[in-house]
Design a protein around this ligand. Structure first.
Ligand SMILES: NC(=O)c1ccc[n+]([C@@H]2O[C@H](COP(=O)([O-])OP(=O)(O)OC[C@H]3O[C@@H](n4cnc5c(N)ncnc54)[C@H](O)[C@@H]3O)[C@@H](O)[C@H]2O)c1
Length: 344
């Protein structure tokens, strides 16, 4: 197998490192070819891991031995690069956000099908051990009746030049919510945007979503909050237990057993806090990015759909578009009506 990586900035260099490790661990015995618009960057990463290097995308696309190409470039370039890969008849992996419009996302899915190749989107958290364990616990009713979920992503970073935090950060939490609840979409989305530095792109967003059975989701995302070391957190509150994941710790979940009990007393309702010790659950450490790349290798080897297919990527982009529209119009949007209107 031969893998092409297009774009080896911050994240692409991480992906190259993972393939180097997978080779050393005997999990992957193929070759890796690097391409970046900035040749010096490609040279540095290829040199570090003794990978091959090309100085033109065409060399990668016309190489009959290359099976799959990973697009790890800025979001605004995803569509045109992925389109070229698909048209060359190769499988493609596109980092998140899949594209910056649902029209482009749908077109890439169509092209993959037309060219009989696979399309995978970088929804990394679907390969995160703690999130998988949380999904399992929700399914067996371990938390009791689900009440609400809170997702926070805070940090300080140079704003992207082609998108705001809805397409860059909220895109993951929309997908995480749907993944753990096993649904395609929320029922409604209401979003607000805070724009402070750039004209068109938000640096803060606060979004509320509703799911069936009155389960609520709240997202709060910003790259303007100088939290040391970043914060990426998911809290799921149930009637019996609350689960907390810190995404930067993929091998643990904290389960808080404390909850509020409702009691009837002298014909009136009273509330009591049931205090119980929290429980920290640890499991084997598996780097989410490495798990994701293993899934990519499996997709290519078996020519089968991955857990983060183009359709998953498209749904997340639809949710981002709805959130943008909601924030601009200042109103809550019914997701089903929006999808019906757009014929999606
Ligand atoms: N899944 C995750 O957790 C995660 C984390 C970080 C970034 N990302 C995504 O990865 C992508 C890259 O982000 P980054 O932080 O590495 O950005 P970056 O700016 O550090 O790197 C992008 C690289 O792409 C190269 N590039 C730009 N246009 C190109 C083109 N047309 N052809 C070839 N190379 C080109 C640039 O020279 C640069 O080296 C983005 O889509 C981002 O959203 C995902």
């Amino acid at each position: 197998m031969k893998i092409g990586i297009v774009g080896v900035g911050y994240w692409g260099a991480n992906i190259a490192r993972v393939f180097f490790e997978l080779k050393n661990e005997g999990y992957f015995d193929g070759e890796v070819v690097i391409y970046d618009l900035i040749q010096e960057r490609a040279k540095k990463v290829a040199g570090e891991y003794s990978f091959q290097l090309v100085n033109k995308l065409d060399f990668l696309l016309s190489d009959p031995h290359v099976n799959v190409v990973l697009i790890v470039t800025p979001s605004s370039t995803h569509f045109s690069l992925a389109k070229q890969v698909l048209e060359s008849g190769k499988h493609v992996f596109v980092e998140k956000p899949f594209t910056l419009s649902s029209k482009d996302a749908a077109e890439l899915i169509r092209l993959a099908s037309e060219n009989k190749v696979r399309l995978m989107v970088g929804h990394l958290f679907r390969y995160h051990q703690a999130l998988r364990e949380l999904k399992r616990r929700i399914k067996i009713g371990d938390l009791g009746k689900l009440l609400f979920m809170v997702a926070n992503k805070y940090g300080i970073g140079v704003p992207k030049e082609d998108s705001g935090v809805i397409f860059t950060l909220a895109v993951n939490d929309f997908d995480n919510f749907c993944y753990i609840l096993d649904v395609e979409y929320p029922e409604t989305i209401l979003a607000h945007r805070g724009i402070f530095l750039q004209e068109d792109y938000e640096e803060y967003t606060s979004i509320s979503v509703t799911f069936p059975h009155n389960v609520q989701g709240y997202l709060s995302e910003s790259w303007l909050i100088p939290i040391f070391g970043r914060r990426r957190e998911l809290i799921v509150v149930g009637s019996k237990k609350t689960a907390v994941i810190e995404f930067l710790k993929p091998n643990e979940i904290v389960i808080h057993n404390a909850h509020i009990k409702k009691l009837e007393k002298d014909d009136r309702m009273v509330f009591r806090v049931e205090k119980k010790e929290p429980q920290k659950i640890f499991f084997e450490y598996k780097e989410p990015l490495k798990e994701e790349m293993k899934a990519l290798l499996k997709m290519v080897k078996n020519n089968e759909e991955s857990e983060s297919s183009g359709v998953i990527g498209l749904r997340a982009i639809n949710m981002c578009e709805i959130a943008m529209e909601s924030a601009i119009l200042g109103k809550k949007i019914n997701v089903k009506e929006w999808l019906d209107e757009k014929n999606l």
